[in-house]
Design a protein. Sequence first.
Length: 211
Amino acid sequence: MSGELDRPDPAQLRISDEDRHRVAELLRDAAGEGRLDLDELDQRLEAAYAAKTYADLVPITVDLPSHPLTGMPKPAPVPATRPERAPAVASHGSSVAIMSESARRGPWLMPEHHTAFAMMGSVVLDLREATFAEREVTITATAIMGSVEVIVDAFTQVFVDGVGVMGDFSQARDKVEAELGQDSPVVRVKGLALMAGVNVVRKEQPRPRRK
């Protein structure tokens, strides 16, 4: 318990020079697309290079199309607490689908690290009813001519940092508005999509099952 309470707000963590350069690149791209004029570009570049924390970067980029900035947290518009989970039935450290489908749904225990592998198959990791073993968990997803889909709820913070080669590795448009707070669990998704798709999507809670 004390370890969780001592953890700092991710938005207040110090940023690196690489983070500043990534934001500067994003701003120059936006200017090239006509989203920013030259005065705005100069002002935002100055603010980006003067930024100290991830929170300082949010106002500079919040009105621009999202880009995969490693480690940069999304703003938390509404402080919220993730609802209580039903008791976990089982824990799974990996999910594999080779010319088949593997799906994790319902009240299961999501360990600190989970590996998902799909080759000409499909893996679905639905975390909306899952209990997290740690406040921050990591999914290493590899898809080769297949797909890996990660589903989270409104209360879960997500960081996507993967590589798509002739494929797509990204967070899809939210189906429900995020309701994030300082106690929100964190899911980090990394890995590779080779002629395949690895996608994270935020959806509303599943409907209660009939008994």
